[in-house]
Unconditional design. Sequence first.
Length: 331
Amino acid sequence: MFYIPNLPYAFYLAIKAKHLSFYTATNPCIKNSGIGTESKFETTMLIPEKYRPKTILIKPNTEYNKIITAINEQQIQFPLIAKPDIGFRGLLVQKVHTETELQTYFKKYGMIAIIIQEFLNYENECGVLYFRYPENKTGNITSLTLKKFLAVTGDGKSTLKELILNDERAKLYIELFTEIHQNKLNTVPYKDKVVKLTAIGNHSKGTQFINGNHLISKTLIKTFDTLNKKIPGWYYGRIDLKYNSFSSLENGTDFKIIEINGILAEPTHIYDAKKFTYFQALKTIRTHWKSIYKIATVNNKKLNIPYKNTKHFSVEILQLKKHLSHIKKTS
């Protein structure tokens, strides 16, 4: 929707850089700068411990008793988050409440590398797109997306399933919510009780993206400048995080980072149709691609960061597509 019309501009940047895979020099600390082929566990380990949730990597076909041992050693409690080490757009990301659910998850998906992460019990979630040019000491925030989780409110009469089916947005995800809430569908939430239908902040899970760019401030940028200095080799990307009060996020006192997304990261505020037009979104994409171009070419020329060999990179992309196709079939 946003990318095909912008392809000529992408080719223009590649011609200027004299390399089709120039963008792979943007974030030297992340494999291929974060185009989707990278390990989420490895990028998570780049996060300073203060802001990092407890996270472990479970290798493919690990025995279940060893999985439980690893979880206990890290003192990760239920509920927890399970997700593929390589993947995006919320694919197979699941909030797991019990050992029984966890065992079922690994029976289905244990043939691939899985990340287990503590569930962050914060009230709010947002995505912050930050970048810094290598020659500058400070960076900029160009996108702040607030995430509104899909929820229904009880009337004291209707079952949860009826409430979902009577909600214009929620009913579009009835199959997903039937699976998530299968043991609660016939319960009747009491009057005015708000039932959050998903805990995963992704569009594919029904989460609404709200343009929060009005909240970008010098203080917030300073907080992310400080964070950026603690992650050498990271110049561009979106950080998805959780927090309670916005002031605690803005001042850097209390928030946790779910994950760092590299150059594949979108300025997700463009999905707020109430505040953003289609043509504004196209322009915003081009502006961000221009920033990637500038960072990558400076890294290449001044810091001797090589561009990925296009042939080798293409092979990795094909392997990624094969991997994603495989796990989609199992979902």
